[in-house]
Design a protein around this ligand. Structure first.
Ligand code: GLA
Length: 727
């Protein structure tokens, strides 16, 4: 299998299908990183060089050897205090108040299967699919222990990393910084690819050279955030979609995080991913263990498309769980952009009737059905049904909708509280707020202290009471503001609250998943403000953005596709003019864009013309035809919508026998030049037929010569071409 310990060289080598990762315990017991990249054999310690470098100190036990410095050697888990002045993975305040740490090798263990992390989401795999390497390090002075964990999924070219940090000494210590993974590169020119954004415009692609100094992304918002996604790529200069080396790190965590790329004085590059160090000061009593959330790491020399596909497979098959993990999701209609808060039981039922006519399978009643909630200024926390508004019980409404043959789903926002709510009037100190300070409001709401067990328990009970009122098959779990005013009445050390909050969210979600195993949960945070592999462990799909404009969505979904599979991307056809941008786009193009996701509708179906209704019906029939390919196929980006006039992408079956090519024109000009799209993932030697036109092409022609995109007048034309092998 993939993990080998060589006693002679004292090296640990991890081989996956096409990659090799190697580290070495050196003569002083330091764990040095030797290599990560394309598969190689042998001991790679010849790559290390030793020179006397001014102002780069030497460990005492190196004696007079001034060429040995932690400041220049590549490390596996750098810590503050042993001579490395770069950004470190671990910084500890010891019981005596000092900031120092010196981790040396103690032992290792190789086991079958993949390690789990208590209370945290993590990649899972069968015993035969994965192996775990645990490397134990210790600080012999303080007794601090660090177990580095490596989960190896050979077939996927994925290595996961995490660390257990144990206070094995005496007295209380504080973790000041605890990153989950570090990768050191001895040389090379790299670009850092990250995904920045804002509410309603998430995950924009940014590629910049790694320069001297640090480039840092992260979140201090309590959620992974709209502003920076916790996924980043280090790509060798010149790496394209199809060729070149790239490394991805995806954090399996939904709260504050930090991702960093640092180029040092010797032109070496270090990348780190883990918890945000600001507002983090985690106390560890004697004997206590802290678990660093996991990072998924993957490498390929076959370009960014392959890198994404590695992440897609890992997330689809080894992060997402439950009944819906591999199945096509029901086509749904969501009430939010159909009627916002302005609905009744009757109007919801009407929407369900229209849905039935259009062959939509599920209705989701969004915000506004509970407590006193006629707008977004009140009611959060009061999880009881507004029967007056619904004109009866929730159970009756669900039954009526089910009787139409339509499934029912509902919106919740468990982590929040409105000041104008019974819950706040009863338990004002359940909201995060600093005594003596007025808290920062956002969307006129406060955040519940989910680091407290009794708060999580109470809200969980309330939500279950709702979910037990009828046949609820889907839940949209929303989270509509960032955290601020971090203060929990239940603990003294406030530096733990941000992390404990996320554990509280995870615990709630885990209980929900266990209690309702067949329920489909969609994550959401003002759209895609908590779009990360951590949430996907509980919710196999996440509402991608509050921006439903089909043209803006091209860029948002393009950025999202680098780290996340299409099956995770919540995407709906909405009304025109679009409510966020005012833009008008054809139903066809809106459908094509939404099909690069879980597919559904979010508009007033009753307001559509007869022709539009027919079009919707036809679109849904098309979607059903393509859905298995969309869901199970490989996803290829075929253009760069940030620069190109077109946005093109493709779904190809694993065996390359079927493909769906999607193109949307983003720009139109007079006397337009022609765009060509080259397809991917086909069999070069086979013939393909495009099913709508009957035209024949060879696989090689489609991939190497490409096909022209028609020049038509009219904005935002969309094309969908369906190819099947012709036998
Ligand atoms: C967030 C979500 C929307 C909708 C509203 C309801 O903004 O992203 O889809 O559910 O909340 O308040």
């Amino acid at each position: 299998m993939g993990i080998i310990y060589c006693q002679t060289d004292r090296t640990f080598t991890i081989h996956t299908m096409t990659t090799t990762y190697q580290m070495k315990v050196d003569d002083y017991g330091f764990l040095l990183h030797l290599y990560y990249g394309k598969k190689v054999t042998g001991c790679m310690d010849y790559l290390l060089t030793y020179y006397d470098r001014g102002f780069s100190g030497n460990p005492y036990d190196a004696g007079n050897d001034r060429t040995y410095s932690m400041d220049s050697l590549p490390q596996e888990f750098p810590c503050l205090g042993n001579g490395d002045y770069r950004s470190v993975a671990l910084s500890v305040e010891n019981a005596d108040g000092t900031f120092s740490c010196d981790l040396r090798y103690r032992g290792y263990e190789i086991t079958k299967g993949k390690y789990r992390l208590p209370g945290l989401p993590a990649v899972y795999a069968d015993e035969e699919e994965a192996q775990t390497l645990k490397i134990e390090l210790e600080d012999r002075v303080t007794g601090l222990q660090v177990n580095l964990l490596y989960g190896v999924l050979t077939d996927l070219d994925v290595i996961t990393r995490s660390a257990e940090i144990i206070n094995g000494g005496s007295g209380k210590i504080y973790l000041e910084k605890a990153q989950s993974a570090c990768l050191d590169f001895l040389y090379g020119e790299y670009d850092l690819i990250t995904f920045y954004g804002r509410h309603a415009m998430e995950r924009n692609f940014q590629r910049v050279p790694v320069v001297h100094g640090s480039q840092v992304i992260g979140s201090r918002r309590g959620a992974s955030s709209h502003q920076y996604n916790p996924m980043m790529i280090l790509a060798e200069k010149g790496t394209t979609e199809d060729v070149g080396c790239g490394y991805a790190m995806s954090f399996v965590y939904s709260g504050n995080f930090q991702g960093e790329a640092q180029k040092d004085q010797f032109n070496q590059t270090r990348i780190l991913m883990g918890l945000q160090e600001e507002m983090f000061r985690y106390p560890l009593e004697e004997g206590e263990t802290f678990y660093c959330p996991e990072v998924i790491i993957t490498f390929t020399d076959k370009g960014l498309n392959q890198l994404s596909q590695n992440l897609h497979s890992c997330i689809r098959h080894h992060v997402c769980r439950g009944k819906y993990k591999e199945t096509v999701r029901p086509v749904l209609i969501n009430s939010w952009e159909a009627s916002y808060f302005d609905f009744s039981g009757e109007s919801i039922y009407e929407l369900a009737k229209h849905a039935k006519e259009a062959d939509i399978e599920m209705l989701v009643m969004d915000d506004g059905w509970f407590g006193k909630r006629e707008d977004d200024n009140s009611g959060l926390g009061d999880w009881y049904v507004n029967e007056e508004k619904l004109g009866g019980t929730l159970g009756d409404l669900i039954q009526k909708i089910n009787d139409l043959g339509i499934k029912f789903g509902i919106w919740i926002e468990p982590e929040m509280i409105s000041e104008d709510s019974d819950l706040y009037r009863t338990y004002p100190d359940w909201a995060l707020a600093i005594p003596g300070r007025a808290p920062v409001r956002a969307r006129n709401q406060l955040v519940l202290d989910f680091s407290r067990k009794e708060v999580v328990d109470y809200v969980y009970e309330q939500i279950c009471k709702i979910l037990d009122q009828g046949n609820i098959e889907y839940v949209k779990w929303d989270m509509n503001r960032s955290l601020m005013d971090i203060y929990s009445v239940s603990v003294k050390d406030q530096g733990r609250v941000m992390y404990d909050y996320v554990l509280g969210v995870y615990e709630f979600l885990e209980r929900l998943v266990q209690r309702y195993p067949d329920m489909l949960i969609e994550g959401c945070s003002g759209g895609g403000g908590r779009f990360d592999a951590g949430m996907l462990y509980y919710t196999p799909q996440i509402w991608c953005s509050d921006n439903t404009d089909a043209i803006d969505r091209l860029k948002i979904q393009y950025g999202t596709s680098f780290g996340y599979p299409v099956s995770a991307v919540g995407s709906h056809v909405s009304a025109v003019p679009n409510h966020q941008t005012g833009r008008t786009v054809s139903m066809k193009t809106r459908g094509i864009t939404a099909m690069a996701g879980t597919f559904g509708y979010e508009l007033d179906l009753g307001a559509l013309t007869k022709e539009e209704k027919e079009e919707v019906k036809k679109q849904i029939a098309d979607y059903h035809k393509y859905a298995p390919l969309i869901q199970n196929g490989k996803y290829y980006r075929l253009s760069d919508p940030f620069h190109d006039e077109i946005c093109a992408w493709e779904f190809a079956s694993e065996d390359g026998k079927e493909a769906l090519l999607n193109v949307v024109m983003q720009e139109i000009h007079g006397n337009m030049t022609v765009n060509y799209v080259k397809m991917r993932g086909l069999n070069a030697g086979e013939m393909y037929q495009e099913k709508n036109t009957g035209k024949m092409y060879s696989g090689a022609a489609l991939m190497d010569a490409g096909i022209p995109v028609p020049v038509e007048t009219g904005e935002y034309q969309g094309y969908q071409l369906h190819f099947e092998i012709f036998e």
